[in-house]
Design a protein around this ligand. Structure first.
Ligand code: SAM
Ligand code: SF4
Length: 311
């Protein structure tokens, strides 16, 4: 359905847990002790996706925290994929558990997979994730490629003095593989570590001037190496916000609908059922603000960390 600014809102990002096996510097504090006690049940999550489909949602992304930590993740995905109005189900993951879950996710109806991969250097990868192993993450990437999804996106958040020297190496992955390597500007949100110098996504074009612009893909600008199999995406939520084309709403792991990622406004969906739930979601869509203010230097007004919201 259309919001008050004429935007077609058809995409729901559904956070199924705030728990994570990593503590990425841009996402959550190192000493955070997330819990599943407050997460919605599988039944509640599926009911929210169903009600959202009544409000015009066609695409659902299951996210977190780390969604593959939920023991019932395959059932959740299978049931959401079976909702008649939902035509596209995607999952975002840090990839570590993909060797176990890539095939079952595909069988459950997941069409597209996004994976975080901020560095190809083991030490830098560890420094960013605070506990991750690059070797395990790469096993996850390979599992996803071998399983075969309609699309595989590898997300790198740009961090000055940390991984900005690896832009070339990361995008070179698109030469051999049909993957979309996406560079994302870090957003100032929640309780983050000191993130160093802000790196605009345009820096990628300086590192690889031969990249050819091939158009837009949702919030990303897409490019290709002249002989690349895959594509390179630039996502610039800070330097050139994409609010005019925003198409999404979010539901946090504890059941709060966020009409805008960077607003403090939330609608509590927990306990709502049937028409009441549908009305609350449609009202949330109509409550979407016109734009956020990150491009004027303000920090996000969101009161939550990204692991709770789902990115
Ligand atoms: N654990 C999964 C993962 O890492 O892909 C899913 C959840 S994570 C919160 C979803 C996405 O949000 C990831 O691609 C991550 O890089 C991105 N993200 C988290 N914090 C961010 C920030 N401050 N700025 C930009 N992207 C961020
Ligand atoms: Fe976990 Fe993903 Fe956040 Fe990293 S970005 S701490 S993997 S939820």
């Amino acid at each position: 359905m259309k919001d008050n600014y004429g935007r077609d809102i058809y995409y729901l990002r559904l956070s199924v847990t705030e728990k994570c096996n990593y503590r990425c510097v841009y996402c959550m504090p190192e000493d955070s002790i997330p819990t599943d006690d407050i997460s919605l049940s599988a039944e509640e999550l599926v009911e929210i996706a169903r009600a959202a489909s009544v409000c015009g949602i066609r695409k659902v992304r299951v996210t977190g925290g780390e969604p593959l930590l939920r023991p019932d993740i395959i059932d959740i995905c299978r049931e959401i994929a079976a909702i008649p109005g939902i035509t596209e189900l995607c999952v975002t993951t840090n990839g570590v558990l993909l060797p176990k879950y890539a095939e079952p996710l595909k069988q459950a109806g997941v069409k597209r997979l996004n994976m975080s991969l901020d560095s190809l250097d083991p030490e830098t990868y560890r420094k960013i994730t605070r506990r991750g192993s690059l070797e395990e993450a790469l096993r996850g990437v390979n599992a996803a490629i071998e399983t075969g999804f309609d699309a595989i996106k590898l997300n790198a958040v740009l961090l000055g003095g940390v991984n900005d020297g690896e832009i070339r190496e990361l995008l070179e992955m698109t030469r051999a593989h049909n993957v979309n390597v996406r560079f994302i500007e870090v957003m100032p949100i929640g309780d983050q570590a000191d993130l160093g110098e802000f790196i605009p996504a345009a820096r990628v074009l300086e590192a690889a001037p031969e990249l050819r612009d091939i158009g837009a893909d949702g919030v990303a600008r897409l490019y290709k190496l002249p002989d690349g199999r895959g594509t390179v995406g630039l996502i610039s939520p800070v330097s050139s916000h994409f609010c005019p084309t925003c198409n999404r709403i979010r539901v946090t792991s504890d059941g709060k609908l966020k009409p805008c990622l960077h607003s403090a406004d939330e609608i509590d969906l927990r306990g709502l059922r049937g028409a009441e739930l549908e009305n609350a979601i449609c009202a949330g869509i109509l409550q979407k603000p016109q734009k956020h203010k990150l491009d004027s230097g303000e920090k996000s007004a969101s009161q939550k960390n990204m692991n709770e919201i789902g990115g």
